[in-house]
Design a binder for this molecule. Structure first.
Ligand code: NAP
Length: 307
């Protein structure tokens, strides 16, 4: 039986692994499908303390992994938990055809991209609809073309700014007339001559089914109720995230949106099970806060084991 298993390999997971490894508890990290988590889909992280020049998201995650491994954390890449059966003295994690038993479990499964849920979105995914500018922005199909970014938060502003390197014009489509993004990100985006905001507009559908690729988005003006088509070659959806906690529904305490509810500290409602990072944080959702939560979960798990 293991002392500690960590689900997820974002900032929270690696930090928990580092602390538990240094406590000599030989944690096992199941990385999930995307090693390094969502931060590996961003470009330069400018607000992680200690990096005045910024740091590449993927590089930061691999350094965190290396640091955890240096102290003895074990890692299984690409492994995702299908089910967890809580019990005493062991929680059982089913992953594929294996079962892993552990005294403590840290759930740091992060969050995934929220979808628009409009006609054409699913059908045209990889044919012009994408959720990651860093991953897909440089594709030939988007070069010198008009592109649409949907959303008004930091992600939308970051994606729009990044895409100006490739696009002829970037339309930033937002459902209100004011961005939610932090001031610095909003000013950077709105100050870019290539970015044109489209206010008070919601996407009704993604166009291009007949052509087999995105040709535009149908927008509805929320003020006038009028619909119009905005031609574009790509739709970058950046409207927030949903926590990856589906397998814990009905088992771990969570809010209506699926974020784990913790406390005291990082404890969930199940003994020996702790939560950390974006799957348990609907407020801050920063790399640094996830790392801090990973540290808290590791310390709580360590004390639980000692007790
Ligand atoms: P977010 O802050 O939750 O913003 C989501 C945006 O999408 C909001 O503007 C929201 O509109 C809009 N939206 C939500 N559902 C929608 C729908 N169904 N249709 C149309 N629009 C919809 O998400 P985020 O931008 O991904 O940021 C998440 C967290 O990561 C934040 O805490 C952010 O600060 C952080 N982040 C930081 C950085 C950075 O500092 N470098 C970069 C990226 C993200 P409303 O405004 O009307 O609600």
């Amino acid at each position: 039986m293991r002392n500690a298993v960590i689900l997820g390999s974002g900032c929270a997971g690696w930090t928990a692994a580092l602390y538990l490894a240094r406590a000599n508890l030989k944690p096992l990290v199941l990385t999930g499908a995307q090693t390094g988590g969502l931060l590996t889909t961003t470009s330069i992280v400018e607000n992680f303390p200690g990096f005045p020049q910024g740091v590449d998201g993927t590089a930061l995650m691999s350094q965190m992994m290396e640091q955890a491994q240096k102290f003895g954390a074990e890692v299984e890449f690409g492994v995702t938990a299908d089910e967890v059966i809580f019990g005493k003295p062991a929680h059982k994690i089913r992953a594929g055809n294996r079962t892993i038993e552990t005294r403590t479990l840290i759930v740091s499964t992060g969050a995934g991209h929220r979808h628009l849920d409009v006609p054409g979105e699913k059908e045209l995914e990889t044919k012009g609809v994408t959720y990651c500018a860093t991953c897909d922005g440089a594709l030939p199909m988007f070069r010198n073309q008009p592109l649409v970014v949907v959303g008004g938060g930091d992600s939308a502003c970051e994606e729009a700014t990044f895409l100006t390197r490739f696009a002829s014009t970037v339309y930033l489509v937002h459902r209100r007339d004011q961005l939610r993004a932090s001031r610095i990100m909003a000013e950077r985006a709105l100050g870019n001559a290539k970015i044109k905001p489209v206010w008070n507009s919601v996407v009704e559908s993604v166009e291009g089914l007949a052509q087999g690729k995105v040709t535009g988005v149908k927008l509805k003006d929320t003020a006038t109720g009028k619909s119009s088509v905005l031609p574009c070659a790509g739709v970058f959806v950046a409207i927030g995230h949903v926590p990856n906690t589906k397998i814990f529904a009905g088992k771990l305490r969570m809010d209506e949106a699926g974020y784990l509810q913790l406390g005291p500290g990082s404890r969930t409602n199940v003994e020996g099970v702790f939560g950390a990072g974006d799957c348990a944080d609907r407020v801050y959702r920063q790399a640094i806060t996830a790392a801090g939560m990973g540290c808290m979960a590791a310390i709580d798990a360590e004390r639980y084991l000692a007790g």
